[in-house]
Design a protein around this ligand. Structure first.
Ligand code: NAP
Length: 490
């Protein structure tokens, strides 16, 4: 990797955020950059999640890069393959190929306090980088719960995010563990093809109608010819999503309305009162991610589908649910989410004074300044870091706002480390805002919270408010310094 021996910016991850960072940095004049991607192609979550039924649950009009508005989405909510293809087209359109290092995994990175650079070891050699940007996403590492007896199970097991397409589940007895966003997409796709489907539900979800439909050729031509029309539609979707935020952050009417719509949806699709009661949440809507689906409830109504309690243990030939019933199955699908508290790079990045990122995150209860910078880690920026997730809109908007902040930071000085005081003050204000939201008060436990109950995942405001905050770069939050042998190759 000799040509890579020194770069100004090293981006880790070739998904939405990493590609967006490369595009925006180049637009800002920073061309001395490299994107490390451990897989053989770009796409991030949209490359890794290939389970049947995988699609976006945010409308595509908003789930795209601002640099690459796409007139051609075929549906209101695009499927996985289409989104992945879009990201590959983005690489072509913006000429990112020369910057991409595929099948190149970051093994470790240390801040070199003497040379004031990141010393990066990859699976294909070493490089030095002035700035390290983590664009690995928060929902990257599959989480499989430790279940007694799982090691004895002789059937097939796979996680939704690591689907094994060589395994044909048609005609088999399958258990799906979980009823989150991934589960409610895979269940309707599996139900018609498997012999028997056991859905292990620990907590029912609030489900709203999806109203997905194809975008007509005429509409797409209009979007292509009249970009302002496309921009207006995008803006309309954005504001409609933001309205949903009110039900998370304010009590009362908005949430009641949402719950009424979801109950009506359940009533209209599930005729069996016993099943209906099993599927009715007992916590406030929004506390866990609100799901959107038109085919989930009908799938559960099928005669070959059983909604069972959560998974307690496993035997060599089946699953044992919380009611003590053993249910023989040939395969288990883990729709159990991701290890959000252990970001992919946390155990690989060492900051100032030899501090491991994972330790810094743990000891501060996952604190980060504006979800992006962490005290003790100069010139490290984390896209989709702590408290930048959303329950109501597109996280692409959040990454882009963070990238604007990173560009401002790069323009403000050579070495930036957020001060401990700024980080503490920021996190305190976030926690205060979160304390009254449905995520903390709604009567549920979710992956948004860590072991101490702190919501480490979500931003408590609108995407517009986040973008506004990020556009006002506050250099006093950082200790800014300059190196003597300025590396000025941009
Ligand atoms: P998740 O929301 O964390 O759901 C995990 C599920 O596994 C929950 O229903 C959980 O139950 C269940 N579970 C865990 N252990 C269990 C056990 N022993 N028995 C039964 N159930 C068990 O994971 P996810 O569905 O993969 O979604 C994660 C996030 O990814 C989403 O919130 C969303 O942000 C993103 N996502 C997005 C899309 C999209 O369309 N854009 C699609 C999929 C995922 P409890 O609720 O009781 O804990």
């Amino acid at each position: 990797m000799s040509d890579l021996s020194r770069v100004r910016v090293c981006i880790v991850g070739g998904g939405f955020s990493g590609l967006a960072a490369a595009i925006e940095l180049r637009r800002a004049g920073v061309n001395d950059l490299v994107i490390l991607e451990r897989a053989a192609s770009v796409g991030g979550a949209w490359r890794d999640n290939t389970y049947p039924g995988c699609a976006c649950d945010v409308k595509s009009r908003l789930y795209e890069l601002r640099a690459a508005p796409w007139p051609d989405w075929s549906r209101t909510y695009s499927g996985q393959e289409e989104i992945r293809t879009y990201l590959e087209r983005v690489v072509e359109i913006f000429g990112l190929d020369p910057y991409l290092r595929l099948e190149t995994e970051l093994i470790s990175a240390q801040w070199d306090g003497e040379r004031l650079v990141w010393n990066v070891q990859t699976s294909r050699g070493e490089l030095l980088a002035d700035v390290l940007i983590s664009a690995c996403g928060g929902l990257t590492e599959p989480l499989i719960p430790e279940i007694p007896g799982a090691g004895n199970f002789r059937g097939k097991m796979m996680h939704t995010a690591r689907w094994d397409h060589d395994e044909d589940l048609a005609g088999k007895r399958v258990a799906v563990i979980g009823t989150g966003a991934s589960a409610i997409q895979v269940i309707p796709a599996l139900a018609p093809v498997v012999e028997q489907l056991i859905v292990c539900q620990r907590t029912p979800a609030w489900v709203l109608p999806r109203n997905d439909h194809p975008v007509s050729g005429r509409q797409r031509r209009l979007f292509e010819r009249i970009p302002i029309w496309q921009a207006l539609r995008r803006s309309a979707v954005s504001w409609m999503n933001e309205a949903q935020l009110l039900s998370f952050t304010k009590q009362g009417a908005f949430r009641a309305l949402g719950e009424r719509i979801a109950r009506r949806h359940l009533r209209s699709q599930v005729s069996d009162p016993q099943l209906r009661s099993l599927l009715t949440p007992t916590y406030a809507m929004g506390c866990k991610r609100i799901l959107v689906s038109d085919d989930y409830y009908p799938a559960l109504m099928r005669p070959n589908v059983t909604v069972a309690p959560g998974l307690r243990s496993m035997t060599n030939s089946g699953v044992v649910t919380e009611d003590g019933v053993e249910r023989p199955v040939d395969a288990v699908v883990w729709a159990t989410g991701f290890a959000v508290l252990e970001p992919p790079l946390a155990n690989r990045v060492t900051g100032r004074d030899g501090r491991l990122l994972a330790d810094a995150l743990r000891s501060t209860d996952y604190a980060a300044y504006r979800g992006t910078a962490i005290h003790g880690f100069p010139n490290l920026f984390i896209l989709q870091g702590p408290n930048t997730g959303l329950g109501h809109s597109s996280v692409v908007l959040m990454s882009e706002a963070q990238i604007d902040h990173v560009i401002d930071a790069l323009e403000s000085g050579q070495i930036l480390e957020v001060t401990e005081d700024s980080q503490l003050r920021y996190v305190k204000s976030i926690d205060q805002r979160l304390s009254t939201t449905v995520w903390q008060q709604g009567g549920c436990r979710s992956w948004y919270q860590n072991g101490n109950g702190r919501n480490v995942a979500l931003w408590p405001g609108s995407t517009h408010a986040f973008a506004r905050m990020m556009s006002r770069f506050d250099s006093s939050a950082y200790r800014v310094s300059y190196r003597e042998d300025a590396h000025a190759s941009q």
